[in-house]
Design a binder for this molecule. Structure first.
Ligand code: DP6
Length: 318
């Protein structure tokens, strides 16, 4: 039995599109920030008396359609054949709409591999988590992480980046806590297959990774923020241009984005990003959090969450 915890991450330079859907190999590298306040705790017990895998999430019994193929990867690696019971709890503020496959598969990779007797190095753990969900490859690491796109299963993994000399913070704006309008996995495939902007996205986003590494190394927050906004907007532009056309933007998404622009015009360093849903995440510095929260409160009172960089995934019990 192993109980492990992994935190969610938000990509500053996004991952959007798979070159290989089975192995989850991405078209571009991506760079993310792991968050302190949102995480998943997962307990895995391999049990010789079980006749099938079992899965509960937040106390509810769920089908094992996604868990079993992932456990099969772990069983193959470990040379074990027992079924397992998996029990996960998402520690995301109620109805935040941030429940994430990143923290889920990172916690499952760590807990299941250890419970099966494996002691995988961080790179191997990241490769394993990647097979569950691409963004999970980055959630094994604290602070900033880069997922190198690589060219095959062995070379596509994430690793931690040195921390910039910046007191980073993130303010999450809860535009909507409803379930996603569209599952990101199929939309991602549709963008790759149909968006005329997709090839341009790949070229620019890969360059953006290099630029972000330079900006991080220089602790240049303005550049980090600009690159963060561009990567998000370019990803959403590629999504919008697909067939059928679609967007995650809602009126309040744009309203929050505009408030962030006004903050910048007033001299507050704040930059917006957004993933496969309408919520806006504002990247800022700890010193500016009160100003960011004050500017967003008139429209989003009670729908703002503030967080800081979070730690690497850890084993809590084994
Ligand atoms: C917009 O990692 O959830 O959050 O690999 O299909 O499970 P799958 O996708 P997932 O996609 C994340 C997309 C994103 C950007 C990012 O996290 O890089």
């Amino acid at each position: 039995m192993t109980l492990a915890r992994a935190h969610t991450n938000i990509a500053l330079i996004k991952y959007w599109g798979k070159k290989d859907a089975r192995l989850i190999l991405p078209y571009t590298s991506s760079i993310s920030l792991t968050l302190a306040d949102f995480y998943t705790d997962t307990r895995v017990t391999f049990d010789p008396t079980l006749g099938e895998d079992r899965f509960t999430l937040d106390g509810t019994i769920l089908p094992t359609t996604k868990v079993t193929p992932f456990l099969d990867l772990v069983r193959d690696l470990a040379g074990r054949h027992q079924f397992a019971s998996v029990s996960s709890v998402n520690h995301v503020p109620t109805a935040a709409g941030l429940a994430s496959s990143a923290s889920a598969y990172a916690a499952l990779a760590l807990a299941a591999s250890r419970a099966a007797g494996l002691r995988l190095a961080p790179r191997e753990l990241s490769r394993l988590a990647r097979r569950g969900s691409g963004s999970a490859s980055r959630s094994l690491f604290g602070g900033l992480a880069i997922w190198h796109r690589g060219f095959d299963d062995a070379t596509s993994f994430a690793e931690a980046l040195p921390a910039p000399k910046l007191d980073l913070a993130m303010v999450v704006v809860l535009v909507s806590a409803k379930a996603k309008a569209k599952a990101s996995r199929s939309l991602m495939a549709n963008t790759v297959a149909t968006s005329p902007y997709y090839p341009a996205w790949v070229e620019h986003n890969q360059q953006a990774c290099e630029r972000m590494l330079q900006a991080l190394a220089a602790s240049d927050f303005e550049r980090i923020g600009e690159l963060t906004e561009q990567s998000a907007m370019q990803m959403h532009a590629a999504i919008m241009a697909g067939d059928p056309a679609f967007t995650y933007f809602q009126p309040e998404t744009l309203a929050a984005w505009q408030t962030v622009q006004q903050l910048r015009a007033a001299g507050v360093a704040a930059y917006a990003t957004m993933d496969a849903g309408p919520n806006v995440k504002v990247l800022t510095l700890a010193a500016h959090v009160p100003a960011v929260v004050a500017a967003l409160t008139p429209q989003f009172a009670g729908r703002l969450l503030t967080t800081r960089p979070g730690p690497a995934a850890t084993v809590l019990e084994d």
